[in-house]
Every structure is written in C-alpha cells, then in structure tokens.
Design a binder for this molecule. Structure first.
Ligand SMILES: [Zn+2]
Ligand SMILES: [Zn+2]
Length: 449
C-alpha cells in the first residue's frame, strides 16, 4: 500500500486511490483497501495472477447462482484451473421468488457448504456479492468479485445489507480486494439490472445534499473530496441517458465505475452517508413492507430511482423557502403499520430524536438556513431532470413500473422517515410542514405517468 499527501488529492483520478492511504483535505487520513479494478475483455486472464498476489494457497471457493454460473462462473473456474488452482464450486439455490436472497437462512446454508479455502471468489452481482463478502469476512478469508451486471453500488462497499429475522440489517464486513468485470458481459446483462444501477447512481446528488444537511445542522463529519468522487463521471449518463438505453460501451463503463467509486466513498468514510440519503429510505421501506406482507419487491436501484425523483421534488419545495417556520416533528412511530418490526424501527427513531431537536433549533438561524440552501442547491438536480433521465434510459420512474400500487407507495413515503437514525431531507420536510401534505401532489405530478 502506498501513501499520498493531501496536496495530491484534488487532481487525483479515483483509480489512483486504489490500495493507498492518503491525507485528505477533510483532515482525516483515508485508506482504500481495494487493490485492483479490472474492467477489460481479458479480465479473467489476469485473475489467477491477481489472486496469487493475495494468498499463497491455491484453493478457491467460487460462489455463484445458476444464472451467473452460466454467464461467468464457468469461465472463472476454467481460468483458475488452467493456472493450477483447485476450485470448489458453490451454487446458491434460488428461493421461491426465482433467485437467491441475502438473508440469514441462505447465509447459514452457505456456511455449511464452505470447505477449507484460501480465497473466496464471487461470480455475480448484488446478492451473490453480499453473501460471498459476508462469509469471507466471517472466515477471515480474502475475497474478490467477478461482476455480472452494473446494478448496485455494493461491490466495493465494506458492509453487507442482509435481512436477518425479517429485518433489514447492516453487518460490517470487508470490501473485496479486487473487482473484475468483462465489458461485454456487463453491457449484455438483462437491461432492468443496468437500469437499476442507473437508479442507484442517480440518487447520489440527493445523498450528498442530505450528508451536507447533517453536516450543517448537526455538525456531522463531511468530506468534500469523497462527496465529489464520482462527479466527473456523472455527465456520461446524466446528460446522455439514451446511451445507457443503447448500451453504448462508454456510458455503461461510466455507470459501472460510478457504482464502484460511490461504494469506495462509503468504504473510505465508514458510513453509507455519501451514497444513501432520504431517497434510499423509500427503497428500504418498500423492502420492509414486502417482508411484513410476505410478498416480493422490485430491485433496489429501481425503487431508489423513484426515491430520487421524490426527494428532488421535496428539495425543489425547500429551495423556495426563504424563512423557515418550524413544525413539531411526529413524536411516535406507527406501530400498527410496522407490526412485528415496531421495536426495531422505534429504536432507530428514538436515536434520531436529539438530532431532530437540534435541527429544529438551528432552523431558526437565518445564516445556517442560507448556508444550507446554497450548499444543497449546488448538488441537487431538478425532479424533471432526474425523471427525464430515467425515462429516456428506459429505467423505472412510476409506481406502476415498480409494481407498487399508489396507496402502497403513499404509505411508504409517509413512514420512511421512521426507519433510520440519520436525519434526511424527509425529516426536514416534516419539520418544515411540507410533509405529510405534499406527498399526494408529488406522487401525482412526478411518479404516476
Ligand atoms: Zn476526506
Ligand atoms: Zn443503493
């Protein structure tokens, strides 16, 4: 691992951050433990050599599902065996929904099927990557991932986000030492997966504004450098969404890199704040509602895309407020709505209370309000731009697109502030009296057609 001085960080190409520790302008020293990102048609030719740089052993556990095995798993096995590795294949079974899920049951199954090994290789995307990361961390093994789709930003994140006992949980783990991807495989992935990746990425400006909100109102740590780590990539998909639809190589690569680097930003600062604000709460809430009702939900990034439109519309209303008037924040969570998740949700909401109190007090201060407006306006795109981008790219942008009836979406929107202790723009909207009143109107105007 090499070491850089702070003066390097401004002009740094994010790729140069790999396997470094650097002094950042935020005053902290950041470490990027990921050593290699290989996005190339011949990526698998590099695999044995790169793996050999992580371990002296030659026993790999290869984790895939039935589809990712056919797409890339079999090629990984061949590449490693030809280089003298012994490869143990573990195909994670599908659940009733037709694909594996990342939960405690699947994790326990995987643990029972994991032989002694020197390294774990995940061949897949969201669920497979998370399951492999989780097991590798528990067994203290290095792991790498061979990606099959540009569908979410969890590849390079340190955490795993499984459902444990039916509750969406965050488990600390370690990011992979390397990410491999074959451009033609990523481009040819089922299009809804790529479009979901766009939804997850397009949320970034809102997450950044929400991170600034925590910084300005509650004094939370903020790193400008990490918040801007993907800014240079944004025009490649935001200004040319048709290139995503048409699977143009440069746009798909920019999207894939944006997902990797937003994951790296979360790993570097040690929280999800750089890439998960109020827009993500919509997706997490819909997932939890599905868990309670025992029904399937849509892909993370597709739901996040709608969350990004909704929260941008909230920001648009906030930007019109010159002198804020503070409304009392809701004191209770809705225990009927949350059913057996009430204790877990209530705990998060209680932890948020002091921050909500601080925010209400700071809202009275004109200078703080203006500082927040100026900072947030520089980040957030209009709901029109987000929606047009998602629509042109062929991504989900209405409640029908994600298979969610209007009433269910409205319920999610009105309960999503309850699930997380870190404040977001959704809390601010309640404090300013924008919610609950504006929810119906925003859904009608932005998420219906
Ligand atoms: Zn920093
Ligand atoms: Zn996400």
């Amino acid at each position: 691992m090499s070491y850089r001085k702070r003066s390097d960080s401004k002009a740094m190409n994010p790729k140069e951050l790999l396997d470094t520790t650097f002094d950042c302008e935020c005053g902290r020293s950041h470490t990027v433990p990921i050593r290699n990102l290989i996005y190339a048609e011949d990526a698998l030719e590099h695999l044995p050599k790169v793996l050999a740089s992580f371990t002296e052993g030659r026993r790999a556990v290869l984790i895939a599902d039935e589809r990712t095995w056919d797409i890339v798993g079999c090629r990984v096995e061949e590449a490693l065996e030809q280089a003298g590795w012994s490869v143990h294949n573990t195909i994670v079974p599908d659940n009733a929904g037709g694909s594996p899920v990342c939960d405690d049951t699947t994790h326990d199954w995987l643990s029972d099927h994991l032989p002694p090994a020197d390294i774990v290789v995940a061949a897949g995307s969201g669920v497979i990557n998370d399951l492999a990361k989780w097991s590798a961390f528990e067994h203290n093994l290095p792991y790498v991932v061979v990606a099959t789709a540009a569908t979410m930003n969890g590849f390079t994140a340190a955490n795993v986000a499984p459902s444990v006992g039916g509750v969406k949980t965050i488990i600390p783990a370690r990011p992979p030492l390397a990410v491999f991807a074959i451009p033609s495989v990523i481009s040819e992935a089922p299009f809804e997966l790529t479009a979901a990746g766009l939804g997850d990425t397009i949320a970034k400006p809102v997450s950044t504004a929400d991170w600034l909100l925590n910084h300005i109102f509650c004094g939370e740590y903020f790193c400008r450098y990490c918040s801007q780590i993907i800014n240079a990539l944004e025009p490649c998909y935001l200004e040319k969404p048709e290139d995503i639809k048409n699977r143009k190589p440069a746009a798909i690569e920019a999207l894939f890199n944006a997902l990797l680097y937003s994951g790296i930003a979360m790993t570097v600062v040690g929280t999800s704040a750089p890439a998960s604000g109020g827009e993500h709460l919509l997706s997490h809430t819909l997932d939890m509602m599905s868990g309670i009702d025992g029904i399937a939900h849509d892909l993370h990034g597709r739901q996040v895309g709608l969350g990004a439109i909704f929260t941008s519309a909230i920001y648009e209303r906030i930007f019109r407020i010159e002198t804020p008037r503070c409304h009392p924040f809701p004191t209770e969570i809705d225990s009927i709505f949350w059913s057996d998740r009430t204790d877990n949700v209530g705990e998060q909401y209680e932890l948020k209370r002091p921050a909500l109190q601080t925010m209400s007090e700071k809202l009275q201060d004109g200078a703080t309000w203006q500082a927040f407006l100026t900072a947030a306006r520089q980040q957030v795109h209009s709901p029109r731009q987000i929606k047009d981008c998602l629509r042109t790219a062929g991504a989900a942008h209405t409640f029908a697109d994600i298979g969610c009836p209007r009433e269910r979406l409205l319920a999610a929107v009105l309960h999503m502030h309850e699930i997380r202790k870190r404040p977001t723009v959704i809390d601010l909207a309640w404090l300013l009296g924008i919610l609950p009143g504006a929810a119906d109107e925003i859904i009608d105007r932005w998420l219906t057609s």
